[in-house]
Design a protein around this ligand. Structure first.
Ligand SMILES: *[C@@H]1O[C@H](CO)[C@@H](O)[C@H](O)[C@H]1NC(C)=O
Ligand SMILES: *[C@@H]1O[C@H](CO)[C@@H](O)[C@H](O)[C@H]1NC(C)=O
Ligand SMILES: *[C@@H]1O[C@H](CO)[C@@H](O)[C@H](O)[C@H]1NC(C)=O
Length: 353
């Protein structure tokens, strides 16, 4: 119930936006599911998607650094909100006016933990992303003064989605230390305590309306299915992910109780993604157990220029071994948006601790 109330609070915050039209500012923190091109600026990063066949179905058929054939869920949500998708942080100069209108800090390969995705050589971890937000706030202060900057940060909406790589490109990799060093309970404890510090740090930097996007059924993504005997979902991985989601919800309830006027929300999309994978035909898809760009067994699961790409990209839920296709993102963004806006703002209850 607490989670539902939280969703109502943020939808009230978001629903107030259309009346302010152009003034809704969003800051996006995340991994390859939300990246729009930061890693293009990291010379040695191996987590890049600025080459074909990424972006083949994007505007102009252009590979931008988005890890899909078309739009991310964030792109689609922005467009539904009637605002431009915020640009990558690393594309902006410190004195750029665009900083006042929202920024995307997401970086493919990034996790909650600093050492997640280390074999990608370079990526911006959540801590790096928060540091970049801190620099953004300094720039905004220099532009419009401290009072204006505080107001902007307080009214902005923060979309946060991290944790997938802490599993897929860390804990679940048998050759990395974390999976050997920790039991799942210990690893989860480390993730949650680290995330608690990170969300608190964002709060101290002025963030109030934060939406944390929970994890999907990672045991069903193509790169995990290939580890099973007959291409099934890995049940244990899905159980771990659901445990993570439930611990994050508790963390968020706790932060809302202890940080005055914090409005953190948890968006639980696990079931929606699972349903799409379990019943692809109900949504007009044909295949959900393998990727359109056939790279299921590659480390990192990325599409490469000589990959075999399926004929009809819209028939596949997954574009590569890790990321949904544009068509799947459209379905998932539609569901998320409906969840955020399914209740009229006037019905938003006062949060009860
Ligand atoms: C992770 O990196 C950030 C900055 O890059 C640093 O402030 C923090 O102490 C690091 N955390 C750990 C656990 O090493
Ligand atoms: C995916 O599912 C189809 C139909 O259920 C099956 O024929 C095919 O072998 C599966 N593919 C993989 C890679 O598991
Ligand atoms: C591709 O697949 C989608 C979804 O199944 C379908 O709606 C569309 O008509 C197909 N396009 C072509 C050219 O076959």
């Amino acid at each position: 119930m607490a989670a539902i109330c939280n969703v109502l609070i943020i939808s009230a915050a978001l629903a107030a936006a259309p009346s302010m039209a152009t003034s809704l500012v969003t800051f996006v923190f995340g991994d390859s599911l939300t990246e729009v091109g930061n890693n293009n600026y990291l010379q040695f990063s191996l987590a890049k998607s600025n080459y074909p066949f990424y972006g083949v179905d994007y505007i102009g058929g252009k590979a931008t650094g988005r890890f899909t054939n078309g739009r991310t869920i964030g792109d689609i949500i922005s467009s539904k909100l009637g605002i431009p998708a915020p640009p990558p942080y690393l594309s902006l100069a410190p004195n750029d006016d665009a900083l006042l209108e929202g920024v995307n800090y997401a970086s493919g390969g990034a996790g909650i933990l600093n050492d997640t995705g280390l074999y990608f050589i370079q990526r911006l971890s959540f801590d790096d992303q928060i540091k970049n937000f801190e620099k953004t706030k300094e720039s905004i202060k220099a532009r419009i003064g401290e009072k204006g900057a505080n107001k902007l940060c307080k009214e902005a909406v923060y979309f946060i989605g991290l944790g997938s790589n802490d599993y897929v490109n860390n804990f679940l990799q048998p050759f990395l230390a974390d999976g050997q060093q920790y039991t799942h309970d210990e690893f989860l404890g480390l993730l949650i305590s680290t995330l608690g510090e990170q969300l608190t740090r964002l709060y101290r930097l002025g963030a109030r309306k934060m939406l944390f996007h929970g994890l999907g059924p990672l045991g069903c993504i193509p790169s995990q299915r290939v580890k099973s005997s007959r291409g099934q979902c890995l049940k244990q991985v899905n159980l771990w992910v659901q445990q993570f989601n439930s611990e994050v919800q508790k963390l968020i309830a706790n932060l809302n109780r202890h940080l005055p006027s914090a409005q953190l929300t948890f968006a639980d999309t696990y079931q929606a993604v699972f349903d799409l994978i379990d019943n692809p035909t109900a949504y007009g898809f044909k295949v959900s157990n393998t990727s359109c760009c056939n790279v299921d067994t590659q480390l990192g699961g990325l599409c490469v220029p000589n990959s075999n790409v399926c004929k009809n990209h819209s028939e596949y839920v997954f574009w590569d071994a890790f990321h949904p296709s544009d068509a799947a993102n459209e379905v998932l963004a539609g569901k998320l948006f409906a969840e955020l806006f399914s209740h009229p703002p006037s019905a938003a209850p006062v949060p009860s601790p």
